[in-house]
Design a protein around this ligand. Structure first.
Ligand code: 3HC
Ligand code: NAI
Length: 700
């Protein structure tokens, strides 16, 4: 094999062989890279002139771990575990030289080396749990032996990487190098090791740190108890804990075998399949068919926000956090004052929790300017409108923005439901208008629906997608329709939830079923949180629906201490006898005989219509692909990642089953359950949403 074609390079400096992983973009340990590494290490091992080996990565990082695309396929070439055994038993010391990131199998490779050295900016972690698996190449056995079981548990079950400085402090790294002299410093380090004539220390032989677990027999139980809520529904964290327990109780090789068994079981399970689907779905969402990496973008150096309410304030914070100056404009001084105070209070709270420094708070607030006239936005490159959800008001704001904004500026609306094309039509620059639909709380939720209007220019769309990434969002392109992707599907669930409580279920039944499925809260708890009076007014209330009556009784949700539930000072919800009586009264008025509703029916009635609506969204081209819909639901609504999003989940249920239930519900409840043509077609073809490509017009 010639050097250009292999995924590694090797050069020799004095007595040190430097082996570089050269497999862009992330040096994933594919079968070809593993084979190539085996060959290099063998070659260096046999060369009498070489005393030590340095392993390093080309490009922006050391190694992003195992090649995830190989999971679920027949194994090829040398296994990672086998390769790491060769590394570990090499009688010539091997030093990992880490920059960027060492993740998953990448960190496991470093742990099999005899020494680890990194640049100060590097990050090290075992993120396997996020893919629904345990580290499968010794990570759960070696990490506790070097950092202690307690820290290992934290790192392995959270999947969060640690900084090189923290890794150095906990003994995971032998040394830190200068930022820009990694390889030369590590070669010098290797020379020192050779000069000192030290033997090659192997982590597998270290048992001193494991004593921590013997001294604290409750370590694992306490850890489980402390994290019950966080791990709810997930299989992999328990697998991780058991593997670390095995590291503390079993000899190394037996622990390794236990880890392997756990890895193989989880990697074949539905949760890992779903979590890997989400990993690739989020990356796929960035790919737009009529755009490429070469699509030009517009520079965004200052952002304007109109409205400093719930959304405007949170939206502004995203940009301030990324170091982008923001000008926020309100209609009234009191509202402006309130909005600015909320932003500052949020930052102060974050600083109090130690997540940012007091200086960061001042830097961010220093980037914020304000005004009471839209003219203050004249210099902004992007202006995001977040005023009340009222089309006439938005029309007025956009026609004025068009007049005051510079010609190149992008004008965006955060509307939840209104027609972005109508709003764009109020300006003389509809190609520079789009929707940027943030989710509440806007500074926290990762999802950004980027609403592509009929006339939105590709440069404007590309700029929005790039900016989304810059502020840490997962941006998904959606088309103009009522509620876009997320809220449009949510409306289906809400309608059914409201129907179910009139037929016989109670809010707490519906919420429990949805929560047990894995969503953070059910539809009624969610209504209470958002406020029952959104879109309701005393003047227009007919007093007919449960919601009307609850609002009239000032049961407007958490903010009034009562809604579908009663709330105490700690916001703990208790079912309400008053609400039950209201529901029974409305059922009776509608002539419904209440009946027992099973949990299974609640689940199917709430979720199948959502899937069906997702299919309509796909058919209409309002989402580019089923996986984009999944990305919306996982990142915007807390759909359990281990169920992969509603469309992935539907595939696992089977589209035939869903279609059959939709038909049965239609017979009983009418047209709301009309199956979409796409659902019918894919079910008939025995296909799934995963293989559906709208551009090809058929299931692949
Ligand atoms: N395997 C295969 N492909 C991978 C990959 C991996 N481990 N990591 C990233 N990629 C691909 C992405 O899908 C993407 O492909 P695309 O360009 O075709 O969409 C491309 O590499 C670039 O990825 P990102 O856009 O995510 O690049 P960033 O620079 O933003 O992030 C990263 C880089 C931090 C390494 C990020 O990609 C990441 O978190 N990767 C996954 C890391 C991980 O989970 N590793 C553990 C793997 S499981 C394992 O090691 C099992 C072992 O214990 C046996
Ligand atoms: P809000 O009522 O909290 O804030 C709206 C703000 O706009 C108020 O502070 C008001 O004073 C200000 N305002 C009104 N007219 C103005 C004008 N002419 N110029 C400047 N400021 C003006 O409303 P919220 O919840 O922030 O919603 C804003 C928009 O975001 C709406 O379109 C809504 O549909 C959308 N949205 C809301 C979400 C939520 O969960 N609250 C989620 C996603 C989108």
């Amino acid at each position: 094999m010639s050097d250009q074609n292999t995924p590694t390079r090797m050069r020799v400096e004095g007595r040190v062989a430097v082996v570089t992983l050269t497999a862009p973009p992330v040096n994933a340990l594919s079968s070809t890279l593993r084979e190539s590494l085996r060959e290099r290490i063998g070659q260096a091992g046999q060369d009498a002139g070489i005393g030590a080996i340095v392993l390093t990565g080309a490009g922006r990082l050391f190694c992003g771990g195992a090649d995830i695309t190989e999971f679920g396929k027949a194994p090829q070439g040398i296994g990672l575990g086998e390769l790491l055994a060769i590394v570990e038993t090499s009688n010539k010391p091997i030093v990992a030289a880490i920059h960027g990131q060492a993740l998953g199998g990448g960190l496991e490779l470093a742990l099999a080396c005899h020494h680890r050295v990194a640049t100060p900016s590097a990050k090290l972690g075992l993120p396997e749990v996020k893919l629904g698996i345990v580290p499968g190449a010794g990570g759960t056995q070696r990490l506790p032996r070097i950092v202690g079981p307690e820290k290992a548990l934290e790192m392995i079950t959270s999947g969060q990487p640690v900084s090189a400085k923290a890794a150095h402090a906990m003994g995971l790294l032998d040394a830190l190098t200068a930022e820009d002299a990694l390889v030369s410093d590590v070669v010098a380090f290797a020379e020192d090791v050779l000069a000192a004539g030290r033997t090659s220390p192997r982590i597998r032989d270290r048992n001193d740190r494991l004593a921590e677990a013997r001294e604290n027999p409750n370590l694992f139980k306490d850890f489980r108890d402390a994290n019950t809520k966080k791990f709810r529904g997930f299989e992999a964290p328990e697998g991780c804990i058991r593997c670390v327990e095995a590291a503390c109780t079993l000899p190394f090789d037996e622990g390794l075998a236990f880890e392997r068994e756990t890895f193989l079981r989880l990697v074949a399970g539905a949760q890992s399949v779903a979590q890997r689907h989400v990993f690739f779905a989020e990356r796929e969402a960035a790919k737009i068919p009529d755009m490429s990496g070469d699509t030009p973008t517009l520079p965004i150096t200052r952002v304007g926000v109109v409205g400093a309410g719930t959304m405007g304030g949170g939206i502004a914070m995203n940009f301030l956090n990324a170091g982008i100056p923001v000008t926020i404009v309100e209609a009234k001084p009191e509202a402006l004052e309130r909005g600015l105070e909320t932003i500052r209070r949020n930052y102060d709270n974050t600083a109090r929790k130690g997540r940012i420094s007091a200086a960061d708070v001042e830097t961010r607030m220093g980037l914020l300017s304000d005004g009471l006239d839209l003219a203050a936005l004249a210099e902004c490159d992007l202006i995001i409108e977040a005023v009340f959800e009222d089309l006439d008001l938005k029309r007025a704001v956009f026609s004025r923005l068009d007049a005051v904004a510079k010609p190149s500026a992008i004008l965006a609306t955060n509307t939840s439901y209104l027609d972005v094309d109508v709003i764009a039509g109020m300006t003389g620059r509809p190609e520079h208008v789009l929707g940027l639909h943030f989710f509440s709380p806007a500074n926290v939720m990762r999802l950004l629906e980027v609403v592509r209007g009929e006339k939105t220019d590709t440069r404007v769309l590309a700029t929005a997608m790039q900016l989304g990434r810059r502020i840490g969002k997962v941006a998904v392109v959606v088309g103009v329709c009522h509620g876009f992707v997320g809220n449009r599907m949510l409306a289906e669930r809400q309608r059914e939830a409201n129907g179910l409580i009139l037929e016989g279920a109670l809010p707490q039944d519906v919420d429990r079923v949805i929560q047990e499925f894995g969503l953070p809260m059910g539809p009624f708890a969610m209504s209470d949180l958002a406020g029952l009076d959104i879109g309701w007014s005393a003047q227009t209330s007919k007093g007919e629906s449960v919601r009307d009556i609850l609002c009239e009784r000032d049961r407007r949700g958490q903010k009034t201490g009562r809604g579908f539930y009663d709330y105490d000072e700690t916001r703990k919800a208790t079912p309400s006898a008053e609400v039950e009586a209201v529901i029974r009264e409305v059922s009776q008025r509608q002539g419904l005989t209440r009946r027992a509703v099973s949990d299974q029916e609640i689940l199917e009635r709430c979720l199948y219509p959502m899937v069906n609506e997702g299919a309509k969204i796909l058919e209409e081209g309002k989402a580019l692909r089923a996986s984009d819909i999944d990305t919306v639901w996982v990142n915007g609504y807390g759909w359990p990642v281990y169920r992969g999003g509603p469309m992935h989940w539907a595939d696992t249920v089977g589209l035939g089953t869903i279609l059959e239930r939709m038909r049965a519900f239609r017979a009983e409840h009418g047209d709301a359950f009309n199956p979409s043509a796409l659902l019918e077609r894919l079910a008939a073809e025995d296909g799934g949403f995963s293989g559906y490509d709208r551009r090809a017009g058929q299931a692949a």
